[in-house]
Design a protein around this ligand. Structure first.
Ligand code: PHB
Length: 403
């Protein structure tokens, strides 16, 4: 046993004993003893973004189940915590994941408000956060951290590309609406920046409380402004209500519906039905992409859930893929967060959304953004690609560099 540590000697001894008793092979016993890989899922499983949290979770399961729920020999444990789309609840659940569960990674959240609240405790705990949705620009700009990576999008990325495009192809006057919190202001703000720079005129702007079910007041304002187009950020059940009421209010056909792609994404489009037809949006994923990676993912996701994937499922898939590749590179070791961060920074692969890679200076993902229109086409009611804004990188800077 020369050259082996006390722990290794003990392990080998136990393994040999159990192996002989149970008739198991040596590697099988070692695998049975591997420390579980604990992944804390800090996601909404209730309220306005409940479906988003479920989709992210299922997208991750699609990867881990293909791997037999083991990564680099370690059994995967997904610990689900419902943040209820609330910053105080998110913070409380994060503390539990860190201090009681001692998770190896935190995945989430969905809301920019929850993300802003958990940034400092994550940074101080030196635990890797794989932000699988929340777009809060600051998290990969002035509030960046060596331990925070974003596998989804920055809020800026989801709408900047659309402003100039709709000015050229749809019209020159717009009314802007969104959910009344950071994501709404940042997504609407980035659209406005590019729309105005391209010569467009903004006729008005209104925001609705997150989780609203009645959009009549905003729709009346859009009606009286009579713009060529409306631009919106609404997601989850807010998107379902807004788009249906937009049509019921008689605006469809008079004002072109545009927005960040969450407005009519694959998770909400079936409930919206005819009301969504004609909407023009930008997003980094649509289920109609024909790449081999997307066709394969659709098959796997459908076998697992009985449904086709949406953008949130792909974000979950890519987040799990990052964890898988990182652990393959460290041989399953998660003890050193700085080593993990160095490894994660370099991860690249072909995702169902397109080429996946991080901007190493900010840890934000670089996305191809698809300009899309809702039509009834070969895939049924869905978002079909009209144009692609390639390699869109958030323009922000991380003051101390995330490295
Ligand atoms: C956010 O709060 O950053 C957010 C939430 C839902 C989305 C997109 C962004 O669909």
């Amino acid at each position: 046993m020369a050259g082996m540590s006390r722990r290794q000697v003990l392990r080998a001894g136990v393994a040999a004993g159990v192996s002989a008793a149970a008739g198991l092979s040596f590697p099988a016993v070692l695998r049975a003893q591997a420390k579980p890989l604990k992944i804390g899922l800090l996601l909404p499983y209730s309220k306005v973004y409940a479906v988003l949290g479920e989709s992210i979770t299922n997208g991750m399961r699609a990867i881990f189940e293909t791997e037999g729920n083991r990564v680099a020999g370690r059994p995967v444990e997904l610990l689900r915590e419902d943040d209820e789309v609330s910053a105080p609840v998110g913070l409380r659940k994060l503390r539990k994941l860190l201090s009681s569960d001692h998770v190896d990674f935190v995945v989430g959240p969905v809301s920019s408000a929850v993300a802003a609240a958990i940034r400092d405790p994550i940074h101080q705990a030196r635990v890797i956060l794989l932000n699988a949705n929340a777009g809060d620009n600051a998290l990969t700009r002035e509030r960046c951290s060596p331990y925070i990576f974003r596998t989804s999008f920055s809020n800026w990325q989801t709408s900047y590309g659309l402003g100039a495009w709709v000015k050229q192809h749809v019209g020159g006057t717009a009314y802007l609406t969104g959910s009344d919190y950071a994501a709404g202001y940042q997504i609407v703000g980035a659209f406005k920046e590019s729309f105005v720079a391209a010569g467009g005129t903004v006729l008005g702007e209104s925001y609705a409380k997150l989780g609203s079910t009645d959009y009549a007041a905003i729709l009346a304002k859009i009606g009286s402004a009579a713009p060529a187009l409306s631009f919106s950020f609404f997601a989850g059940t807010d998107a379902v209500h807004f788009v249906k009421q937009f049509a019921e209010f008689g605006l469809k056909g008079k004002v072109r519906l545009t927005g960040a792609g969450f407005l009519v994404s694959d998770d909400v489009i079936e409930s919206q039905g005819e009301a969504a037809v004609g909407a023009v949006t930008t997003l980094h994923y649509t289920r109609t992409l024909r790449s081999p990676q997307n066709l394969e993912f659709r098959k796997r996701y459908q076998a697992l859930t009985g449904r086709l994937p949406d953008v949130y499922a792909v974000q979950g898939h890519d987040t799990a893929r990052v964890i898988l590749e990182a652990l393959q590179k460290t041989g399953g070791d998660t003890a050193d967060p700085d080593r993990l961060a160095t490894v994660i920074r370099g991860i690249q692969f072909d995702s169902p959304r397109g080429r996946f890679r991080f901007d190493p200076a900010t840890h934000n993902v670089i996305n191809d953004m698809y300009v899309m229109e809702v039509r009834r086409g070969e895939e049924g009611l869905a978002n079909y690609v009209l144009a692609v804004v390639k390699d869109l990188k958030d323009p922000g800077h991380c003051p101390n560099t995330a490295t």
